[in-house]
Design a protein. Sequence first.
Length: 146
Amino acid sequence: MANSKKGTKQVNPPTPKQRVESAFGGKKALVNDLIGLMGGDSSLRTKLMQVSNARLVKHHHATKRMVENFGSKSGLIEAITALRFPKGSPDEGYSAKLESYSPWRLMDLHRQTKDWEVSQAKAAKVAARESKIKAKRRAKIRSHRS
Protein backbone atom coordinates (compact mmCIF):
# COMPACT_ATOMS: atom_id res chain seq x y z
CA MET A 1 0.00 0.00 0.00
CA ALA A 2 2.40 2.58 -1.26
CA ASN A 3 -0.11 5.41 -1.38
CA SER A 4 -1.37 5.09 2.19
CA LYS A 5 -1.22 8.11 4.47
CA LYS A 6 1.67 8.57 6.85
CA GLY A 7 1.10 7.33 10.33
CA THR A 8 -1.48 4.70 9.38
CA LYS A 9 -0.74 1.07 9.97
CA GLN A 10 -0.52 -0.98 6.82
CA VAL A 11 -2.59 -4.13 6.98
CA ASN A 12 -1.53 -7.06 4.87
CA PRO A 13 -4.07 -9.76 4.11
CA PRO A 14 -3.37 -13.11 5.78
CA THR A 15 -1.31 -15.60 3.83
CA PRO A 16 -2.83 -18.97 2.94
CA LYS A 17 -0.73 -20.59 5.65
CA GLN A 18 -2.08 -18.14 8.23
CA ARG A 19 -5.65 -18.82 7.07
CA VAL A 20 -5.12 -22.58 7.41
CA GLU A 21 -3.57 -22.15 10.86
CA SER A 22 -6.43 -19.97 12.10
CA ALA A 23 -9.29 -21.96 10.57
CA PHE A 24 -8.09 -25.55 10.98
CA GLY A 25 -5.11 -25.48 13.32
CA GLY A 26 -2.66 -26.68 10.69
CA LYS A 27 -2.24 -28.41 7.36
CA LYS A 28 -2.61 -31.91 8.82
CA ALA A 29 -5.95 -31.03 10.36
CA LEU A 30 -7.16 -29.56 7.06
CA VAL A 31 -6.08 -32.67 5.14
CA ASN A 32 -7.78 -34.91 7.71
CA ASP A 33 -10.97 -32.86 7.38
CA LEU A 34 -10.83 -33.11 3.57
CA ILE A 35 -10.32 -36.87 3.70
CA GLY A 36 -13.22 -37.17 6.12
CA LEU A 37 -15.49 -35.24 3.74
CA MET A 38 -14.37 -37.20 0.67
CA GLY A 39 -14.00 -40.61 2.26
CA GLY A 40 -10.49 -41.11 0.92
CA ASP A 41 -7.63 -43.34 1.97
CA SER A 42 -4.02 -42.93 3.08
CA SER A 43 -2.66 -42.67 -0.47
CA LEU A 44 -4.80 -39.57 -0.90
CA ARG A 45 -3.42 -38.18 2.35
CA THR A 46 0.16 -38.24 1.04
CA LYS A 47 -0.88 -36.50 -2.16
CA LEU A 48 -2.84 -33.81 -0.32
CA MET A 49 0.03 -33.08 2.06
CA GLN A 50 2.08 -32.00 -0.98
CA VAL A 51 -0.55 -29.54 -2.22
CA SER A 52 -0.27 -25.84 -1.42
CA ASN A 53 -2.32 -24.34 1.39
CA ALA A 54 -4.25 -22.05 -0.97
CA ARG A 55 -5.30 -24.97 -3.13
CA LEU A 56 -6.26 -27.04 -0.09
CA VAL A 57 -8.55 -24.26 1.13
CA LYS A 58 -10.22 -24.13 -2.32
CA HIS A 59 -10.60 -27.93 -2.37
CA HIS A 60 -12.08 -27.90 1.12
CA HIS A 61 -14.62 -25.26 0.11
CA ALA A 62 -15.67 -27.19 -3.01
CA THR A 63 -15.85 -30.52 -1.19
CA LYS A 64 -17.89 -29.00 1.61
CA ARG A 65 -20.35 -27.55 -0.94
CA MET A 66 -20.54 -30.96 -2.64
CA VAL A 67 -21.41 -32.73 0.61
CA GLU A 68 -23.96 -30.08 1.59
CA ASN A 69 -25.73 -30.08 -1.80
CA PHE A 70 -25.44 -33.69 -2.95
CA GLY A 71 -24.48 -35.78 0.08
CA SER A 72 -21.54 -37.52 -1.52
CA LYS A 73 -19.54 -37.88 -4.68
CA SER A 74 -21.91 -40.55 -6.00
CA GLY A 75 -24.88 -38.23 -5.43
CA LEU A 76 -23.16 -35.52 -7.43
CA ILE A 77 -22.40 -37.98 -10.24
CA GLU A 78 -26.07 -39.03 -10.30
CA ALA A 79 -27.12 -35.37 -10.52
CA ILE A 80 -24.75 -34.76 -13.43
CA THR A 81 -25.91 -37.83 -15.34
CA ALA A 82 -29.56 -36.89 -14.72
CA LEU A 83 -28.91 -33.47 -16.26
CA ARG A 84 -26.87 -34.82 -19.17
CA PHE A 85 -29.16 -37.75 -19.99
CA PRO A 86 -32.74 -36.85 -19.02
CA LYS A 87 -34.31 -39.56 -21.22
CA GLY A 88 -32.17 -42.48 -20.14
CA SER A 89 -29.11 -43.67 -18.32
CA PRO A 90 -25.58 -43.12 -19.61
CA ASP A 91 -23.23 -45.90 -20.59
CA GLU A 92 -20.92 -47.38 -17.96
CA GLY A 93 -17.86 -45.70 -19.47
CA TYR A 94 -19.21 -42.24 -18.78
CA SER A 95 -20.03 -43.01 -15.16
CA ALA A 96 -16.63 -44.64 -14.64
CA LYS A 97 -14.95 -41.58 -16.12
CA LEU A 98 -16.84 -39.32 -13.71
CA GLU A 99 -15.81 -41.54 -10.79
CA SER A 100 -12.18 -40.73 -11.53
CA TYR A 101 -12.80 -36.97 -11.33
CA SER A 102 -12.10 -34.98 -8.19
CA PRO A 103 -15.00 -33.41 -6.26
CA TRP A 104 -14.01 -29.88 -7.29
CA ARG A 105 -13.91 -30.90 -10.96
CA LEU A 106 -17.30 -32.59 -10.63
CA MET A 107 -18.78 -29.45 -9.05
CA ASP A 108 -17.55 -27.42 -12.00
CA LEU A 109 -18.92 -29.99 -14.46
CA HIS A 110 -22.31 -29.85 -12.72
CA ARG A 111 -22.35 -26.05 -13.00
CA GLN A 112 -21.46 -26.23 -16.71
CA THR A 113 -24.11 -28.87 -17.37
CA LYS A 114 -26.76 -26.83 -15.57
CA ASP A 115 -25.78 -23.71 -17.52
CA TRP A 116 -25.94 -25.67 -20.78
CA GLU A 117 -29.41 -26.95 -19.92
CA VAL A 118 -30.64 -23.41 -19.19
CA SER A 119 -29.23 -22.11 -22.48
CA GLN A 120 -30.89 -24.99 -24.38
CA ALA A 121 -34.24 -24.17 -22.78
CA LYS A 122 -33.86 -20.50 -23.73
CA ALA A 123 -32.96 -21.44 -27.30
CA ALA A 124 -36.01 -23.72 -27.56
CA LYS A 125 -38.23 -20.93 -26.24
CA VAL A 126 -36.86 -18.47 -28.82
CA ALA A 127 -37.27 -21.02 -31.61
CA ALA A 128 -40.89 -21.64 -30.61
CA ARG A 129 -41.61 -17.91 -30.55
CA GLU A 130 -40.02 -17.44 -33.99
CA SER A 131 -41.97 -20.33 -35.51
CA LYS A 132 -45.19 -18.86 -34.11
CA ILE A 133 -44.39 -15.47 -35.69
CA LYS A 134 -43.61 -17.14 -39.04
CA ALA A 135 -46.89 -19.06 -38.92
CA LYS A 136 -48.80 -15.80 -38.35
CA ARG A 137 -46.99 -14.17 -41.28
CA ARG A 138 -47.81 -17.12 -43.55
CA ALA A 139 -51.47 -16.98 -42.50
CA LYS A 140 -51.56 -13.24 -43.17
CA ILE A 141 -50.04 -13.71 -46.64
CA ARG A 142 -52.55 -16.46 -47.45
CA SER A 143 -55.47 -14.31 -46.37
CA HIS A 144 -54.29 -11.43 -48.63
CA ARG A 145 -53.98 -13.78 -51.62
CA SER A 146 -57.53 -15.03 -51.27
